[in-house]
Design a binder for this molecule. Structure first.
Ligand code: ADP
Ligand code: 5GP
Length: 247
Protein backbone atom coordinates (compact mmCIF):
# COMPACT_ATOMS: atom_id res chain seq x y z
CA UNK A 1 0.00 0.00 0.00
CA UNK A 2 1.13 3.55 -0.64
CA UNK A 3 0.14 4.74 2.83
CA UNK A 4 1.61 3.56 6.12
CA UNK A 5 -0.02 0.77 8.10
CA UNK A 6 -0.14 1.54 11.83
CA UNK A 7 -1.10 -1.15 14.33
CA UNK A 8 -2.08 -0.01 17.80
CA UNK A 9 -2.59 -2.51 20.61
CA UNK A 10 -3.18 -2.20 24.34
CA UNK A 11 -4.99 -3.93 27.15
CA UNK A 12 -8.69 -3.14 27.05
CA UNK A 13 -9.41 0.07 28.99
CA UNK A 14 -5.95 1.62 28.46
CA UNK A 15 -7.47 4.45 26.43
CA UNK A 16 -6.59 3.32 22.93
CA UNK A 17 -9.93 4.30 21.35
CA UNK A 18 -9.75 7.69 23.09
CA UNK A 19 -6.24 8.28 21.75
CA UNK A 20 -7.19 7.22 18.24
CA UNK A 21 -10.24 9.44 18.15
CA UNK A 22 -8.14 12.45 19.32
CA UNK A 23 -5.49 11.65 16.71
CA UNK A 24 -8.07 11.58 13.94
CA UNK A 25 -9.25 15.08 14.92
CA UNK A 26 -5.71 16.40 14.59
CA UNK A 27 -4.11 14.49 11.72
CA UNK A 28 -5.76 14.04 8.33
CA UNK A 29 -5.10 11.20 5.90
CA UNK A 30 -5.35 8.40 8.47
CA UNK A 31 -8.18 5.94 7.87
CA UNK A 32 -9.44 3.85 10.74
CA UNK A 33 -10.35 0.24 10.00
CA UNK A 34 -13.79 -0.50 11.43
CA UNK A 35 -13.49 -4.06 12.72
CA UNK A 36 -16.10 -6.77 12.84
CA UNK A 37 -17.09 -8.22 16.19
CA UNK A 38 -19.56 -10.64 17.76
CA UNK A 39 -19.70 -8.71 21.05
CA UNK A 40 -22.80 -6.66 21.82
CA UNK A 41 -22.66 -2.91 21.13
CA UNK A 42 -22.13 -0.62 24.14
CA UNK A 43 -24.74 2.05 24.79
CA UNK A 44 -22.95 4.78 22.85
CA UNK A 45 -21.74 2.62 19.96
CA UNK A 46 -23.31 2.60 16.51
CA UNK A 47 -23.16 -0.21 13.97
CA UNK A 48 -20.65 0.66 11.25
CA UNK A 49 -18.99 3.41 13.33
CA UNK A 50 -17.04 1.79 16.22
CA UNK A 51 -17.57 -1.74 14.87
CA UNK A 52 -19.57 -3.77 12.42
CA UNK A 53 -21.57 -5.89 14.85
CA UNK A 54 -22.50 -9.35 13.70
CA UNK A 55 -23.46 -12.84 14.88
CA UNK A 56 -21.00 -15.63 15.56
CA UNK A 57 -22.42 -17.68 12.66
CA UNK A 58 -22.03 -14.83 10.20
CA UNK A 59 -18.52 -14.08 11.48
CA UNK A 60 -17.49 -17.73 11.01
CA UNK A 61 -18.95 -17.67 7.48
CA UNK A 62 -16.78 -14.64 6.75
CA UNK A 63 -13.71 -16.49 8.10
CA UNK A 64 -14.53 -19.45 5.80
CA UNK A 65 -14.87 -17.10 2.85
CA UNK A 66 -11.40 -15.65 3.57
CA UNK A 67 -12.74 -12.14 4.07
CA UNK A 68 -10.51 -11.29 7.05
CA UNK A 69 -6.95 -10.01 7.02
CA UNK A 70 -6.75 -11.26 10.62
CA UNK A 71 -9.12 -12.35 13.34
CA UNK A 72 -8.93 -13.44 16.97
CA UNK A 73 -11.08 -14.62 19.84
CA UNK A 74 -10.77 -12.48 22.97
CA UNK A 75 -11.81 -12.79 26.60
CA UNK A 76 -12.76 -16.41 25.86
CA UNK A 77 -15.93 -15.43 24.08
CA UNK A 78 -15.92 -12.58 21.55
CA UNK A 79 -14.62 -12.76 17.98
CA UNK A 80 -12.98 -9.72 16.41
CA UNK A 81 -11.60 -9.30 12.89
CA UNK A 82 -10.29 -6.83 10.32
CA UNK A 83 -11.88 -7.12 6.87
CA UNK A 84 -9.50 -7.25 3.92
CA UNK A 85 -11.59 -4.49 2.31
CA UNK A 86 -10.24 -2.00 4.91
CA UNK A 87 -6.80 -2.45 3.41
CA UNK A 88 -8.13 -2.27 -0.16
CA UNK A 89 -9.95 0.99 0.59
CA UNK A 90 -6.85 2.59 2.12
CA UNK A 91 -4.77 1.44 -0.85
CA UNK A 92 -7.25 3.00 -3.25
CA UNK A 93 -7.01 6.41 -1.56
CA UNK A 94 -3.30 6.25 -0.66
CA UNK A 95 -4.23 7.03 2.95
CA UNK A 96 -2.48 5.66 6.00
CA UNK A 97 -4.47 2.95 7.78
CA UNK A 98 -4.72 2.46 11.51
CA UNK A 99 -5.70 -0.92 12.97
CA UNK A 100 -6.78 -1.08 16.61
CA UNK A 101 -6.33 -4.80 17.21
CA UNK A 102 -5.11 -7.18 19.90
CA UNK A 103 -1.65 -8.76 20.09
CA UNK A 104 -2.72 -11.98 18.30
CA UNK A 105 -4.24 -10.06 15.42
CA UNK A 106 -1.17 -7.83 15.27
CA UNK A 107 1.07 -10.89 14.96
CA UNK A 108 -0.99 -12.17 12.02
CA UNK A 109 -0.79 -8.80 10.25
CA UNK A 110 2.96 -8.43 10.85
CA UNK A 111 3.56 -11.83 9.22
CA UNK A 112 1.81 -10.59 6.08
CA UNK A 113 3.01 -6.98 6.23
CA UNK A 114 6.28 -6.74 8.17
CA UNK A 115 6.62 -3.06 7.30
CA UNK A 116 3.66 -2.19 9.57
CA UNK A 117 4.42 0.28 12.39
CA UNK A 118 3.51 -1.20 15.80
CA UNK A 119 2.47 1.03 18.72
CA UNK A 120 1.74 -0.46 22.13
CA UNK A 121 -0.20 1.61 24.67
CA UNK A 122 0.35 0.93 28.37
CA UNK A 123 -1.99 2.05 31.15
CA UNK A 124 -0.12 3.78 34.01
CA UNK A 125 -0.75 0.93 36.47
CA UNK A 126 -3.23 -1.90 37.19
CA UNK A 127 -5.38 0.12 39.57
CA UNK A 128 -5.94 2.93 37.09
CA UNK A 129 -6.73 0.34 34.43
CA UNK A 130 -9.41 -1.15 36.62
CA UNK A 131 -10.80 2.32 37.40
CA UNK A 132 -10.94 3.21 33.70
CA UNK A 133 -12.66 -0.04 32.77
CA UNK A 134 -15.21 0.38 35.55
CA UNK A 135 -15.82 4.07 34.73
CA UNK A 136 -16.43 3.18 31.09
CA UNK A 137 -18.88 0.45 32.09
CA UNK A 138 -20.67 2.91 34.39
CA UNK A 139 -20.83 5.54 31.67
CA UNK A 140 -22.30 2.94 29.31
CA UNK A 141 -24.79 1.95 32.04
CA UNK A 142 -23.67 -1.68 32.32
CA UNK A 143 -21.14 -2.65 35.02
CA UNK A 144 -20.46 -6.35 34.46
CA UNK A 145 -17.91 -7.47 37.08
CA UNK A 146 -17.21 -10.80 35.32
CA UNK A 147 -16.46 -9.03 32.05
CA UNK A 148 -14.35 -6.47 33.96
CA UNK A 149 -12.15 -9.13 35.55
CA UNK A 150 -11.90 -11.13 32.31
CA UNK A 151 -10.46 -8.00 30.71
CA UNK A 152 -8.09 -7.34 33.64
CA UNK A 153 -6.89 -10.96 33.49
CA UNK A 154 -6.03 -10.50 29.81
CA UNK A 155 -4.15 -7.25 30.48
CA UNK A 156 -0.96 -8.75 31.82
CA UNK A 157 -0.82 -11.36 29.03
CA UNK A 158 -1.23 -8.62 26.44
CA UNK A 159 1.44 -6.43 28.04
CA UNK A 160 3.95 -9.31 27.98
CA UNK A 161 3.98 -8.87 24.19
CA UNK A 162 5.12 -5.23 24.29
CA UNK A 163 8.51 -6.12 22.78
CA UNK A 164 6.84 -6.91 19.47
CA UNK A 165 6.03 -3.21 19.00
CA UNK A 166 8.40 -0.54 17.75
CA UNK A 167 6.85 2.26 19.80
CA UNK A 168 5.53 2.35 23.39
CA UNK A 169 3.15 4.96 24.80
CA UNK A 170 2.10 5.29 28.41
CA UNK A 171 -1.40 6.76 28.49
CA UNK A 172 -1.11 8.63 31.77
CA UNK A 173 -1.79 12.27 30.88
CA UNK A 174 -4.09 12.12 27.88
CA UNK A 175 -2.84 15.27 26.09
CA UNK A 176 0.75 14.11 26.31
CA UNK A 177 -0.08 10.64 24.97
CA UNK A 178 -2.07 12.18 22.08
CA UNK A 179 0.88 14.45 21.23
CA UNK A 180 3.20 11.43 21.28
CA UNK A 181 0.91 9.43 19.01
CA UNK A 182 0.67 12.35 16.60
CA UNK A 183 4.48 12.70 16.65
CA UNK A 184 4.90 9.01 15.78
CA UNK A 185 2.58 9.30 12.77
CA UNK A 186 4.28 12.49 11.52
CA UNK A 187 7.79 11.11 12.10
CA UNK A 188 7.00 7.89 10.21
CA UNK A 189 5.58 9.93 7.32
CA UNK A 190 8.74 12.02 7.35
CA UNK A 191 11.16 9.06 7.39
CA UNK A 192 9.23 6.79 5.03
CA UNK A 193 7.68 9.25 2.58
CA UNK A 194 9.86 12.31 3.02
CA UNK A 195 6.75 14.26 4.00
CA UNK A 196 7.71 17.64 5.49
CA UNK A 197 6.63 18.28 9.07
CA UNK A 198 6.90 22.05 9.20
CA UNK A 199 8.62 24.19 11.79
CA UNK A 200 7.96 21.80 14.66
CA UNK A 201 9.85 19.07 12.86
CA UNK A 202 12.80 18.68 15.20
CA UNK A 203 10.66 18.54 18.29
CA UNK A 204 8.27 16.06 16.66
CA UNK A 205 11.15 13.79 15.68
CA UNK A 206 12.54 13.96 19.22
CA UNK A 207 9.18 13.13 20.79
CA UNK A 208 8.71 10.17 18.44
CA UNK A 209 12.27 8.92 19.00
CA UNK A 210 11.74 8.98 22.77
CA UNK A 211 8.76 6.65 22.28
CA UNK A 212 10.78 4.06 20.37
CA UNK A 213 10.77 0.87 22.39
CA UNK A 214 14.55 0.82 22.28
CA UNK A 215 14.62 4.22 24.03
CA UNK A 216 11.84 3.46 26.51
CA UNK A 217 13.32 0.98 28.96
CA UNK A 218 13.54 3.32 31.96
CA UNK A 219 10.20 4.98 31.23
CA UNK A 220 8.23 1.75 31.08
CA UNK A 221 10.01 -0.13 33.87
CA UNK A 222 7.69 1.05 36.68
CA UNK A 223 4.62 0.14 34.65
CA UNK A 224 5.93 -3.35 33.90
CA UNK A 225 6.85 -3.81 37.56
CA UNK A 226 3.39 -2.71 38.67
CA UNK A 227 1.92 -5.42 36.43
CA UNK A 228 4.33 -7.99 37.88
CA UNK A 229 6.12 -8.45 34.56
CA UNK A 230 9.60 -7.17 35.38
CA UNK A 231 11.79 -7.45 38.41
CA UNK A 232 11.44 -9.71 41.40
CA UNK A 233 7.98 -8.66 42.58
CA UNK A 234 7.05 -12.36 42.53
CA UNK A 235 3.45 -11.41 41.78
CA UNK A 236 1.61 -14.23 40.11
CA UNK A 237 -1.73 -12.43 40.17
CA UNK A 238 -2.50 -8.97 38.92
CA UNK A 239 -2.10 -6.69 41.93
CA UNK A 240 -5.63 -5.23 41.88
CA UNK A 241 -6.29 -6.20 45.48
CA UNK A 242 -9.59 -5.30 47.05
CA UNK A 243 -8.93 -1.59 47.55
CA UNK A 244 -11.54 0.77 46.15
CA UNK A 245 -11.10 2.47 42.79
CA UNK A 246 -9.39 5.84 42.55
CA UNK A 247 -12.65 7.58 41.63
P1 ADP B 1 -9.66 1.15 25.12
O1 ADP B 1 -10.08 1.59 23.75
O2 ADP B 1 -8.20 0.98 25.26
O3 ADP B 1 -10.41 -0.07 25.61
P2 ADP B 1 -11.00 3.61 26.02
O4 ADP B 1 -10.45 4.61 25.06
O5 ADP B 1 -12.41 3.17 25.83
O6 ADP B 1 -10.04 2.32 26.14
O7 ADP B 1 -10.79 4.23 27.48
C1 ADP B 1 -11.24 3.57 28.65
C2 ADP B 1 -11.74 4.62 29.65
O8 ADP B 1 -10.62 5.37 30.13
C3 ADP B 1 -12.71 5.62 29.02
O9 ADP B 1 -13.72 5.89 29.97
C4 ADP B 1 -11.83 6.85 28.77
O10 ADP B 1 -12.58 8.04 28.82
C5 ADP B 1 -10.82 6.78 29.90
N1 ADP B 1 -9.49 7.34 29.58
C6 ADP B 1 -8.81 7.22 28.42
N2 ADP B 1 -7.61 7.83 28.52
C7 ADP B 1 -7.52 8.35 29.77
C8 ADP B 1 -6.51 9.10 30.48
N3 ADP B 1 -5.34 9.43 29.92
N4 ADP B 1 -6.78 9.45 31.75
C9 ADP B 1 -7.95 9.10 32.35
N5 ADP B 1 -8.93 8.40 31.74
C10 ADP B 1 -8.72 8.02 30.45
P1 5GP C 1 -13.44 -3.75 22.98
O1 5GP C 1 -14.36 -4.91 23.16
O2 5GP C 1 -13.06 -3.12 24.29
O3 5GP C 1 -13.93 -2.76 21.94
O4 5GP C 1 -12.08 -4.31 22.35
C1 5GP C 1 -11.40 -5.31 23.00
C2 5GP C 1 -10.12 -5.63 22.27
O5 5GP C 1 -10.40 -6.09 20.94
C3 5GP C 1 -9.16 -4.46 22.10
O6 5GP C 1 -7.89 -4.87 22.57
C4 5GP C 1 -9.10 -4.23 20.62
O7 5GP C 1 -7.83 -3.80 20.20
C5 5GP C 1 -9.39 -5.62 20.09
N1 5GP C 1 -9.89 -5.58 18.71
C6 5GP C 1 -10.78 -4.71 18.19
N2 5GP C 1 -10.97 -4.97 16.89
C7 5GP C 1 -10.18 -6.01 16.58
C8 5GP C 1 -9.93 -6.74 15.37
O8 5GP C 1 -10.46 -6.47 14.30
N3 5GP C 1 -9.05 -7.76 15.46
C9 5GP C 1 -8.43 -8.11 16.62
N4 5GP C 1 -7.57 -9.13 16.57
N5 5GP C 1 -8.63 -7.45 17.77
C10 5GP C 1 -9.50 -6.42 17.75
Amino acid sequence: MAGILFIISAPSGSGKSTLVSELRKQVSGVDFAVSWTTRAPRGSEANGREYNFTTRDEFLRMVEAGLFLEHAELFGKHLYGTARTSLDDARATGHDLLLDIDVNGARQVRQKMPEAVGIFVLPPDPKQLRTRLRNRMRAEGDVDEDELYRRLDEARKEIENFRQYGYILINDILDRAVAQLEAIVLAERFYRNGEPIAYRSRRVLEVAAACLQTNSQERIKPVLEAFGILGDSGQQQLPFGDEPDDD
